[in-house]
Design a protein around this ligand. Structure first.
Ligand code: FAD
Length: 568
């Protein structure tokens, strides 16, 4: 029997039985028709039955199987076809496209669930001794092809699932530091902390299925990073089990001990060892939390306002603005008004629209913004007043807390949209960057231009929209969502659009990725963003740290597959 570790659907995002439903959103189908020239069909797929006979048999050598069982137990080692398929991919759109059609690509020969550091060390030792590859697996939510396996890899591949390395193990309440198992998933950790009056506050959109170790290994950032920080700041110490031994980094608030090993492991995507335990910075649950919505007449004034909030150092938990296209999309995903309360809200919204039109706003260009404040009530009120004033100076109307509450409730629903779009033969995905404030509008313009050009090359209508999230003193993250109707070769078409967007990031002065990591998907651009010598230095590190290339090879740099190489 395999261990009780929660996994996502083998063929898509999230839990079986949960879907994106557009039938209760009356404006969605007309919106998609206008944006992509597509007539939506009612969703047909509730689930995709898994057929184990479609999975090639595992070729795990007997001696390696025996070694893995010897260092763990028979129940912790699985060659089950479903297990191997679940662990053979991450959540990039091209992986899901193929896997959902039964085209699995290279699969691991075996999945192992070590429960202690000693067992992890045993698995790594067995891998080195039997010349196998080990790929640490957290929640499988990455979208940078960080888990995708090289079809040309001839050695046995072990997927090391971190699910049993879980639990809130210690809470140092004096310091606000928690010791946590690397495989613990977001909801379990947050629940355990909340029960004791604490929160981590790290909320990536993938929160429901991703793990603390995965966050660290991909250099993740959550939607509340303005207050709680990116994972690189949240992680204060860690344990990393490597084939040669274990690195233990004690939790300290800051240190001056040479180049930071902690930073080196953050973003290492499994190439330097298995992160089995982390010390993370936690916070008391806030007394009050308020999300206020504002509507700006257009993008530039909205960005200027957010820039001002950052420059004035008004503490916020998050600040987000959707550009005109994304605001249109959000409005199109509003549910039909079935209750009196909703109908009244609908009337109030119509009234607001009339005000905006009277002010001469172009409703296609207006930008919705959400600002979250947490803390003591008086403090929240003072900060809200400061942001209100900045927003007004930049021409915004305050929409109050109603839309913000809705945003808070819906925030983890959107990931289901990609699977729905795939079923409708639409390729939809996201790409994100960060840039200094001085370059942000240029990056926004460049990405739109690059995407429109790529859609024109494909000869069909495409859609792109964006929001600003994660503000810093020096700049912010821009997060783009794009979609187009798939043709004969969806991967090649996707590669064309995605490449255009990534190249536009780099050319316009942004970074390759703000929080999705590199994997194989972004590796080809690494020299452009960290320089040729930078990549050479990273290569020396990986080669020296893992001379036999046993640890998730081909990720971050030197990827064997590019965006243009289809899965088998
Ligand atoms: C819909 C959607 C929304 C997303 N939103 C966000 C977001 O808001 N912010 C964000 O940062 N990311 C986001 N992501 C990306 C993804 O969730 C992150 O990259 C996440 O950190 C991956 O964690 P995981 O546990 O799923 O890792 P996995 O996908 O299982 O693994 C990712 C990489 O980390 C390695 N790894 C995993 N665990 C360990 C470990 N314990 N030790 C060593 N290496 C390990 C793996 O080998 C692999 O290379 C999103 C993804 C999706 C699909």
């Amino acid at each position: 029997m395999t261990p009780d570790v929660k996994h996502m659907k083998w063929w898509g995002w999230g839990e079986e039985g949960v879907f994106f439903n557009y039938l209760n959103k009356p404006q969605f189908a007309p919106f998609v028709k206008k944006a992509l020239d597509i007539d939506l069909r009612p969703r047909k797929i509730d689930t995709i039955a898994f057929d184990p006979d479609t999975v090639p048999d595992s070729t795990l050598p007997d001696d390696l199987a025996a070694a893995l069982v010897a260092v763990t137990s028979p129940d912790q080692v699985s060659v089950d076809p479903h297990e191997r398929v679940v662990h053979g991919h991450g959540s990039s759109v091209t992986e899901l496209l193929h896997v959902s059609r039964g085209d699995y690509g290279r699969l691991p020969e075996v999945v192992v669930y070590p429960a202690t550091d000693t067992e992890v060390a045993g698995v790594l030792a067995a891998a080195v001794e039997h010349d196998a590859v080990v790929v640490p697996y957290g929640g499988g939510t990455n979208i940078a092809r960080s888990l995708q396996l090289d079809p040309a890899e001839k050695r046995p591949i072990i997927s090391l699932d971190t699910g049993l390395l879980s639990g809130l193990r210690e809470l140092d309440e004096d310091s606000g530091l928690a010791r946590v198992g690397g495989g613990m998933q977001g909801p379990a950790l947050e629940e355990a902390l909340n029960d004791r009056g604490w929160t981590l506050g790290h909320m990536p959109d993938s929160f429901t299925h991703s793990t603390v170790g995965g966050w660290a290994a991909t250099r993740s950032s959550g939607m509340q990073s303005d207050k709680y920080g990116d994972i690189a700041g949240i992680v204060r110490g860690m344990t990393v089990v490597r084939p040669a031994g274990t690195v233990t980094l004690r939790p300290v608030p800051s240190e001056s001990t040479g180049p930071s090993l902690r930073e080196m492991f953050i973003g290492s995507e499994g190439r330097l060892g298995v992160i089995t335990e982390l010390w993370v910075q936690v916070h008391r649950l806030p007394a009050e939390r308020v999300v206020v919505a504002y509507m700006y007449p257009e993008w530039k004034s909205a960005v200027a306002a957010i820039r001002q909030i950052a420059a004035d150092e008004v503490p916020t938990t998050f600040v987000r603005i959707s550009d005109g296209n994304e605001t249109g999309f959000s409005l199109a995903t509003q549910k039909a008004a079935t209750t009196l309360k909703k109908k009244l809200e609908g009337k109030a919204q119509a009234g607001l629209w009339a005000v905006m039109r009277r002010r001469g706003w172009n409703t296609d260009q207006m930008c919705i913004s959400y600002v979250c404040f947490e803390g003591l009530a008086a403090d929240v009120a003072a900060r809200r007043k400061a942001v209100d004033a900045i927003a007004r100076r930049h021409g915004a109307l305050s929409l109050g807390t109603g839309p913000g509450a809705l945003y808070d409730q819906k925030k983890f629903d959107t990931p289901y949209l990609r699977d729905f779009l795939l079923e409708q033969d639409v390729m939809g995905d996201v790409s994100e960057t960060a840039a200094p404030w001085s370059k942000l509008n240029g990056v926004h313009r460049a990405v739109y231009a690059a995407a429109e050009k790529a859609f024109a090359q494909l000869g069909r209508k495409g859609w792109i929209m964006s929001h600003l999230s994660h503000s810093y003193h020096a700049g912010a993250c821009l997060y783009f969502t794009f979609a187009f109707k798939a043709g004969e070769k969806p991967d090649a078409e996707y590669a064309l659009v995605k490449t255009a967007i990534q190249q536009a990031f780099v050319d316009a002065g942004g970074t390759l990725s703000h929080h999705h990591g590199v994997g194989m998907e972004h590796a080809p651009w690494m020299e452009q963003v960290v320089s040729t010598e930078g990549v050479a230095l990273m290569r020396s590190l990986f080669d020296a740290a893992d001379p036999g290339a046993h640890l998730n090879p081909g990720k971050v740099i030197d990827a064997p597959l590019t965006l243009f190489d289809n899965l088998e």
